[in-house]
Write a protein that binds this ligand. Structure first.
Ligand code: SF4
Length: 666
C-alpha cells in the first residue's frame, strides 16, 4: 500500500512473497491471493503417489494377486483409466446377477466352469434392467476378458520370472487396455503421471538388468515399484503471471524488485531444530553433526543473502498470534535493521488496517473488477417483503434484536420457542423471577404501612430486612433456603443482594410515591422518526420494576438485573421506559438505573438521545425485514436455542447490512 501510494510499486511479476516453509504458507497464499483476485504464480511439489492414475495401477496389482475374486476383477474392469473390449456396465451387471444366483462363487475352477457353461447356453432375454440384451453373451464376454487378462498377466504373478518380465507384462497390459485419453478431462495431469510411471519402470528395468535379472516374487516387485513411486514428486505450476510465491531456498536464486518476507517469527526464521533425544550434542559433533551455533550462523547468512535478492524494496511481516498465543519475533529482524538501517521505514499497524481479506472485500475496495456481472441473489437474512410496523414496541423484543436480529425473527415473527438450556436445581430464570417477586412484595408491604412511603434509615433497617427475609422464605423453595438466603441477605463478611438494595435506598431522599411492577402503554413523541418523519409518534408498552417519584416530582426508574448490568449498545429498556414515564407523568426524569444484584452495582443510563437513535434504527431494520444471524458477540451462539436454525455460517459470506442514521426531513 505504501509503495503504491508513492507510485513506486514494482511491476507485479517483479514481486516475490517469500515464505520460510511451504506449509502452511502456500495453502494460505493460494487462498488469500485467490480470493482477493490478485494474480500469483507458484510451483508446488506433489507426491506422485497421490495421482489417481497410480491408484488405478494398484487395482491392476490387486487383480494379478486375486484374478478370480469378485472385488478385484470388477474394480479393474470398471476403472475409467482402462477399457476392455466387450465389457460394458451392462455386461458387469449381468455377471453380478449371475454370480448372485450362484451364491457368489469364486475361485479359478468355479469361474472356469461358469465360463464353459455360458459358452454353451442359449440366448436368454429379460433380466430386469437388462431387457434387450443378450444376458449369456454379456456374461460370457466378461468372463472371457477376465480369463484373457489372467492368462496375459500370469508371467507377472509367477515367482520364477525376473523383474524385467514383470515390467514388460505391465507395459503390454498398458498398451492393450489403457484408455488413450484421460477420463477426467485433465490430459496434462494424466500424461504427466503416466510419463512418470513409465520412466520409473525404465529405471527399474535398467537396474534389474545390471543386477542379473534374478527371479522375484510378485509382492517384492509390487513393493519395489511402490517405494519408487513414493519417492517421486512432481511439480505443478499454478499461474504464469503475477506475484511469485516461493520458499526461502528458491528465492535465493531469483532477483526481484520487491521481496516480501512473511513469518518473521521465532521457530520459522531460524527454523525450529529437532534435537536428537538419544545422543548429546557434544557426542554428535564428534561425528560431524553441526552444532546449534553453526546451524544458526548458516541460516543467518542465508537470510542476509535473501535480503539482497531484492534490487529495490524489502518488506517484512510477522504474525503476532498463533492459535491465540502471542508469538515471539525472529532474532533475524535485528539483522535487517543492521543491514538496511539507512533505508528502513516502519509502517505503524494502524496504517495497515485496510487489509484485503476476501474477494468481496477486494471488489468493494475497487482493487479488482468482477469477471462478469453477477445476477442479484437474495441476501441471506433479508426478507423481500416489508413487514407490518413492529408496534406496540416491546423494549425486551428490541433488545433481543440488538443481541442477534435472527433471534428476534425466530421468536417474534416465526413464534418459535427457543430451546432452553436444561438446569439441574435452581435455574437462573427461576431465581430471577423469585427475586423480582420478593422485591415487589417487600416494597409494597413496606409502603402499605403509611400514607407515603417510609424512608429506609439506620433505625428501621433491621425491620426492613426482616420483612424482606420473611417474604423470601415464603417464595424460595425450602431445599434452596440456605444458599439462596445467604445470597440475598448475606453471611459473615458478605453483603447480600437485597441488603445492598436496601442500603442503596438509605442513601436516597424521601419518596412521595412509589410504583412497583408498573405497567404502562405510551404513545411516545420523538422529534423525528426512522424515515425522517417529524414529529414521530411510536406506541411503546412495558412494565417497569420500580418507579419512585421524589418530593420535587422528579421520577427515578429502576430495573433489577440478577446478572450483570447489560451493555449499553444492546440495551435500551430502562432509558426508553424513563422517557415514556416522563411523558406520562409530565415530569422530569432524573435517574434511569439498572441495579445489578450480582455485581452490587448501580448503572445509570441517562443517554436518552442515543436511546432514541437505537429505537429509530432498530424499528427501521425490523420494518424493512433485516434479520441476519449476526450476534453482537460470537459467544452468544454457544447458548442460543436457534443455533440449528439460523445457518449463520452461510450468511457470514453475505455483505453486511448498511446501517444509516436518519436525519429529520427539514
Ligand atoms: S446461533 Fe448465533 S447467529 Fe444464530 S440465532 Fe443464535 S445468536 Fe444468532
Amino acid at each position: 500500500k505504501v509503495l503504491a501510494k508513492n507510485g513506486t510499486l514494482p511491476e507485479i511479476n517483479r514481486i516475490a512473497v517469500v515464505v520460510p516453509t511451504p506449509l502452511p504458507y502456500l495453502y494460505l497464499a493460494k487462498q488469500v491471493f485467490g480470493q482477493a483476485g490478485i494474480p500469483y504464480q507458484l510451483q508446488d511439489g506433489f507426491p506422485l503417489t497421490t495421482e489417481p492414475y497410480l491408484a488405478a495401477i494398484d487395482l491392476l496389482f490387486d487383480f494379478i494377486e486375486h484374478p478370480t475374486e469378485y472385488s478385484p476383477s470388477f474394480q479393474l474392469l470398471l476403472n475409467p483409466f482402462f477399457e476392455f473390449p466387450g465389457v460394458s456396465e451392462h455386461a458387469l451387471v449381468a455377471l453380478e446377477t449371475e454370480l448372485q444366483t450362484r451364491n457368489n462363487i469364486h475361485g479359478n475352477e468355479a469361474w472356469a466352469r461358469m465360463r464353459n457353461r455360458s459358452r454353451q447356453q442359449p440366448v436368454q432375454l429379460g433380466i430386469p434392467g437388462l431387457e434387450g440384451h443378450n444376458h449369456s453373451g454379456l456374461v460370457q464376454n466378461v468372463l472371457e476378458t477376465i480369463h484373457t487378462l489372467e492368462h496375459t498377466l500370469t508371467p507377472m504373478a509367477s515367482p520364477t520370472t525376473p523383474m524385467t518380465t514383470k515390467i514388460n507384462g505391465m507395459r503390454d497390459f498398458l498398451t492393450r487396455y489403457e484408455r488413450t485419453t484421460s477420463p477426467h478431462d485433465d490430459a496434462p495431469r494424466h500424461n504427466r503421471a503416466r510419463g512418470a510411471l513409465l520412466t520409473i519402470l525404465d529405471q527399474l528395468e535398467n537396474v534389474d538388468r545390471v543386477l542379473g535379472e534374478s527371479p522375484v516374487e510378485f509382492h517384492t516387485f509390487r513393493k519395489t515399484l511402490h517405494d519408487a513411486v513414493q519417492s517421486h514428486t512432481f511439480s505443478e505450476r499454478t499461474g504464469d503471471n503475477g506475484i511469485h510465491i516461493i520458499d526461502a531456498r528458491s528465492a535465493a536464486l531469483g532477483m526481484f524488485d520487491l521481496v516480501i518476507l512473511v513469518g518473521l517469527n521465532e521457530g520459522e526464521w531460524p527454523s525450529r531444530r529437532d534435537h536428537n533425544i538419544f545422543y548429546p550434542q557434544w557426542l554428535l559433533q564428534d561425528f560431524g553433526w553441526p552444532s546449534d551455533f553453526d546451524s544458526l550462523s548458516s541460516e543467518r547468512i542465508a537470510f542476509k543473502e535473501l535480503i539482497r535478492v531484492s534490487r529495490r524494496h524489502v518488506a517484512v511481516f510477522r504474525h503476532q498470534l498463533e492459535e491465540d498465543a502471542p508469538t515471539i519475533s525472529s532474532p533475524f529482524l535485528e539483522d535487517i535493521e543492521d543491514l538496511t538501517a539507512a533505508h528502513t521505514q516502519h509502517i505503524p499497524a494502524r496504517a495497515m488496517n485496510a487489509l484485503v481479506t476476501s474477494r468481496n472485500h477486494a471488489l468493494r475496495s475497487g482493487l479488482v473488477q468482477p469477471d462478469r456481472s453477477v445476477p442479484k441473489r437474495p441476501t441471506p437474512g433479508i426478507l423481500k417483503q416489508r413487514l407490518p410496523k413492529p408496534e406496540p414496541v416491546s423494549a425486551t423484543a428490541f433488545e433481543l434484536y440488538l443481541r442477534c436480529p435472527f433471534k428476534y425473527y425466530a421468536k417474534y415473527i416465526l413464534h418459535l420457542d427457543e430451546e432452553d438450556e436444561i438446569h439441574m436445581g435452581f435455574s437462573p430464570l427461576q431465581r430471577g423471577r423469585i427475586v423480582h417477586e420478593i422485591l415487589k412484595e417487600g416494597f409494597q408491604q413496606w409502603d402499605a404501612t403509611a400514607d407515603v412511603p417510609q424512608p429506609y434509615t439506620e433505625e428501621n433497617y433491621d425491620q426492613a430486612v426482616s420483612l424482606f427475609r420473611r417474604i423470601a422464605k415464603e417464595k424460595i423453595p425450602r431445599k434452596y433456603h440456605s444458599i439462596e438466603l445467604a445470597r440475598l441477605f448475606g453471611s459473615h463478611g458478605h453483603v447480600g443482594a437485597i441488603e445492598w438494595v436496601l442500603r442503596q435506598e438509605m442513601t436516597r431522599g424521601p419518596v412521595a410515591k412509589r410504583f412497583v411492577e408498573h405497567p404502562f402503554r405510551t404513545n411516545l413523541r420523538l422529534e423525528y422518526g426512522p424515515n425522517g418523519e417529524s414529529p414521530w409518534h411510536v406506541d411503546i408498552k412495558g412494565r417497569v420494576d420500580r418507579v419512585d417519584i421524589d418530593l420535587a416530582g422528579r421520577i427515578h426508574v429502576f430495573d433489577y438485573k440478577t446478572g450483570k448490568a447489560p451493555e449499553s449498545k444492546v440495551t435500551l429498556q430502562i432509558p426508553l421506559y424513563a422517557m415514556c414515564l416522563a411523558q406520562d407523568f409530565s415530569a422530569e426524569t432524573t435517574q434511569a438505573t439498572y441495579l445489578s444484584l450480582r455485581d452490587r452495582k448501580a448503572v445509570r443510563r441517562d443517554d436518552y438521545e442515543k436511546t432514541a437513535t437505537q429505537l429509530r434504527e432498530t424499528y427501521r431494520l425490523i420494518s424493512e425485514g433485516h434479520f441476519p444471524p449476526r450476534p453482537y458477540q460470537d459467544h452468544l451462539c454457544n447458548s442460543c436455542g436457534y443455533i440449528g436454525l439460523c445457518r449463520k455460517e452461510i450468511s457470514e459470506t453475505a455483505l453486511p447490512t448498511e446501517v444509516q442514521e436518519v436525519k429529520p426531513i427539514t
